[in-house]
Design a binder for this molecule. Sequence first.
Ligand code: NAP
Length: 313
Amino acid sequence: MAKTVVATAFGGPEVLTVLDEPVPAPGPGQVQVRLRAIGVNPYDYKSYSGAFGVDPAQLPVRPGIEGAGVVVAVGDDATGPTGPIAVGDEVIVNPGGRAYTELITVPADVTFTKPAGLPWEQAASLLSSGTTAVDALTTTRVSSGDTVLIHGAAGAVGTATVQLAIARGATVIGTARAANHDALRALGATPVEYGDGLLDRLRELAPNGVDAAIDTAGTDEAVDASLALVADRGRIVTIVAFGRAEQDGFRAIGGGDPDSVRIRREARLELVELAGRGGFEITVAKTFPLADAARAHAELQEQHPRGKFVLLP
Ligand SMILES: NC(=O)c1ccc[n+]([C@@H]2O[C@H](COP(=O)([O-])OP(=O)(O)OC[C@H]3O[C@@H](n4cnc5c(N)ncnc54)[C@H](OP(=O)(O)O)[C@@H]3O)[C@@H](O)[C@H]2O)c1
């Protein structure tokens, strides 16, 4: 049995509860992992909010898409992208659901050896934001010499995108509230405050426009600025404003699109290795006990410190 956070109804964080649930033994090609840390993502609270529908057959919803821990059992042929997996291995898992738990059985192909020295909290928070960032940069074809505008640059996905864009040789302009500007400068980006007058401030920095824009904020202000500054709509992407993307003829990407599934799957191993070499870093803002997932979700939906929230079983 394992303490597991589930949503027993659709609604706000108050519908979360902790249950003792059985955990299946690993079958062929599976491993069982005792989680040491679990990454918290906005997708987790959206998964039971009703944003993706309110079909009662989906209840209870078991949130949680990423974590890190120690392998406690393996099935036959348990080989992951980083090689064969054995009991005692320290791993990162990216199962795409059910990760708000002490103990999880997952396919070996979403299980990666954790780089030695990478703290549990960072390891647990690496893949969701990191693979989304790679997808956004690949979709907008960002490469050396480009100037890219990143909306919400101090957020979890934004910070990952800034680091990976700079690693590709791009120049980054990133929007954030003023309190996050020093942190963005430290990553090598030029910060700009979002809010009234955003487009004027951006035009001062980039009078001839920018080559590409990546939106992690989803506001009309962000979308309008991207449309005004990027000549080629094929080089604008949002991960939030799906309605505006359809209306204005640019790309919105999500984990369910076939192209995104492929790009994100292919990116995972490289991101783990890059993080192990110190070439890509996740900032952890705050940790919560697993049983306080509802509090973490409530705080994440408000203005919150820069970086990821992490649950500790
Ligand atoms: N489609 C996908 O595949 C996908 C994947 C991952 C995430 N997402 C979505 O992407 C969004 C961001 O996720 P996240 O994990 O990065 O969240 P996060 O860590 O909470 O970051 C959100 C950021 O938005 C910024 N922000 C708030 N109001 C803004 C505004 N008016 N203009 C510009 N920026 C603003 C905040 O910046 P300041 O702190 O500087 O105020 C904050 O850093 C969420 O809606 C999430 O569900 C989508």
